[in-house]
Design a protein around this ligand. Structure first.
Ligand code: UDP
Length: 342
């Protein structure tokens, strides 16, 4: 039997990276996970090979590329919390910009050509209107968004100078989980809406803090474009395959083109969980844009991609299933802890 082609995945033990590794394995590739486990989890690295490494270590990346001879690289490893980026911008620029530079240098030195990266709608900042097309100006309003915009610039320059082929996937709100419940969203601390809604449903927090209800939106709460992580995964593989066929410099929004308000998410979550979800109105969260919804026709046209998993029912249903299972796992570890210590 022919050996499976390998794909190197930085940050492959994280939320989105692990779902991409699962999809790669299902598509017949062998993922090679490269992760320093600073925010990823060893129990998410379930497919392919695992290398414990930091993206800032160009030598180790180069070694991984030379040893495994991957067909391409998908780069996720990055800092992701917008609020944190305001408080500690240095870490964001070091990991997201310096880290991407290190990945690009390793690719240049090894001759590896094709690169798909995890981008963000945060590069658009607070746009005047939605849906946002890819040609909208990049005016990030947070260090996180700025680091992702800088990353895009690095890719453009390396592509022009060194012949790399690159694709940037600009995600809207990644959400949902593996339908089998093996991997999902697990951030510490958790700040994202859907997991916070579930924490309120499960009684882990007294209620959801609702950050503002006076936005210029239909119900006054912010609108976001929620995209299922499995749909993100399939888009990365399609993009990599398109680069391998010769495409270059792709910039692609990944969303559904439809926005849901915070209150709509809460209402649907009450239905799906069958739980009461108390909400407390709080002031607006600094840096929140009233509406972020993507124009997503390019992904369909250029990649032949559809957001097949991204109905709100499926997003919330798979996320809740994961939340409940992961909670059992956490409690199991907590119960075991005393006997381990004894
Ligand atoms: N949000 C909220 N309460 C929370 C967390 C989030 O009201 O505990 C709101 C937040 O203000 C934003 C939306 O939910 O309008 C989505 O926030 P999230 O952090 O999930 O994603 P973001 O769009 O900021 O990347």
């Amino acid at each position: 039997m022919a050996q499976a082609e390998k794909v190197l995945v930085t940050g492959g033990a994280g939320y989105i990276g692990s779902h991409v590794c699962k999809a790669l394995a299902e598509a017949g590739y062998e993922p090679v996970v490269y992760d320093n486990l600073s925010s990823g989890y060893a129990d998410f690295a379930l497919w392919g090979t695992f290398i414990h490494g930091d993206i800032l270590d160009t030598g180790k990346l180069l070694e991984a590329i030379r040893e495994h001879e991957p067909a391409g690289l998908i780069h996720f490893a990055a800092c992701i919390e917008v609020g944190e980026s305001v408080k500690a911008p240095g870490r964001f620029y070091r990991n997201n910009v310096g880290g991407t530079l290190s990945v690009l240098e390793a690719m240049r030195l090894s001759g590896l050509r094709d690169l798909v990266v995890s981008g963000s709608c945060a590069v658009y900042g607070a746009p005047e209107s939605v849906p946002i097309p890819e040609h909208a100006p990049l005016r990030p309003v947070s260090p996180y968004g700025a680091s992702k915009a800088m990353m895009e610039r690095l890719l453009d320059d390396f592509e022009a100078a060194h012949g790399l082929h690159t694709a940037v996937m600009r995600y809207f709100n990644a959400s949902g989980a593996d339908p089998e419940g093996r991997i999902g969203e697990r951030h510490v601390p958790e700040t994202h809406l859907i997991p916070r809604v579930f924490m309120a449903a499960a009684g882990e927090i007294p209620g959801l803090a609702l950050f503002g209800d006076d936005y210029p939106t239909p119900d006054g709460t912010c609108l976001r474009d929620y995209i299922h992580v499995n749909d993100l995964a399939s888009a990365h593989i399609l993009a990599l395959e398109k680069l391998r066929r010769g495409a270059r410099n792709l910039k692609i929004n990944l969303g559904t083109g439809r926005g849901y308000s915070v209150l709509e998410i809460v209402a649907k979550s009450r239905e799906i969980t069958g739980k009461n979800i108390p909400c407390t109105l709080m002031p607006r969260r600094p840096g929140d844009s009233p509406a972020l919804v993507g124009k997503v026709e390019r992904a369909a046209g250029d990649l032949g991609w559809t957001a097949a998993f991204s109905s709100l029912e499926n997003i919330l249903g798979t996320a809740w299933n994961w939340f409940v299972r992961d909670r059992e796992r956490r409690e199991f570890h907590l119960r075991r802890a005393p006997s381990i210590r004894a």
